[in-house]
Design a binder for this molecule. Structure first.
Ligand code: CTP
Ligand code: MG
Length: 215
């Protein structure tokens, strides 16, 4: 079967505050360029959802469509723009994607039809109470933080998206939508380098990591 990488890159980057986030550069390359380059060697096509009015910069080996209001809308549009049997959904905002993770994810998807990269939580967790005071302690036992890429048989994810929009259900990722309709989602051990560039602090980390990553 064929495999497509689908990259939601249509966000506005509000928390980072530097304009459209996918176009922000670290170590001389945009987050989008890095994410596309990581996936392109492993798939038959790369499709990117961009903010309305933005064009794919030269040198990025992908096909672009216009994204939607939310990440879920952008992924929905990407899913309808390909006929690939298998799709790997990956946030443009996670520019450091090791090849061994892609191999592990593809293997898991071939076996189960749905899988996501995720990392066991290492920090102590707390539910904040009123006034940003310590509320209830939360055990981290068995808790994993979900990352991307996430891989699915396309038909399975499309069905999950259709059901979610019929129900008016909003989610921050795709594996959660599949799990919600009873799908089995395999957890593939992720990598700290797959952190999402969300805040200015994350950007500082990304700039430092780019030096090591690019040699
Ligand atoms: N995304 C998208 N379409 C949207 C919103 C988000 O394709 N309407 C993409 C982003 O471009 C990003 C990924 O989904 O690659 C994860 O979203 P997030 O980190 O929240 O990025 P932004 O929405 O751009 O940032 P913010 O929430 O701070 O505005
Ligand atoms: Mg967002």
């Amino acid at each position: 079967g064929t495999t497509a990488a689908l990259i939601p890159a249509a966000g506005s980057g509000t928390r980072l505050g530097l304009g459209f986030k996918a176009f922000v550069e670290v170590g001389g390359l945009s987050l989008l360029a890095r994410s596309v380059a990581a996936l392109a060697p492993h798939v038959d096509e790369v499709l990117v959802a961009l903010p309305e009015g933005m064009e794919l910069p030269a040198g990025i080996n992908a096909r672009a469509i216009v994204g939607g209001e939310t990440r879920q809308d952008s992924v929905g549009r990407l899913l309808r723009a390909t006929v690939a049997d298998t799709v790997l959904i990956h946030d443009a905002a996670r520019p450091f994607l090791p090849a061994n993770i892609i191999y592990a994810l593809l293997e898991a998807v071939a076996e189960t039809g749905a899988a996501t990269v995720a990392l066991p939580v290492a920090d102590t967790l707390v539910q904040a109470g009123a006034g940003e005071m310590w509320g209830a302690s939360v055990s981290r036992e068995g808790l994993w933080a979900v990352q991307t890429p996430q891989g699915f048989r396309r038909e399975l994810l499309l069905e999950a998206h259709e059901r979610a929009s019929a129900d008016g259900h909003a989610a921050t990722d795709d594996a959660g939508l599949v799990a919600r309709q009873g799908g089995q989602v395999r957890l593939v051990r992720g990598d700290a380098r797959l952190f999402k560039v969300t805040t200015p602090g994350d950007l500082a980390l990304a700039q430092a990591l780019a030096q090591v990553w690019d040699g």
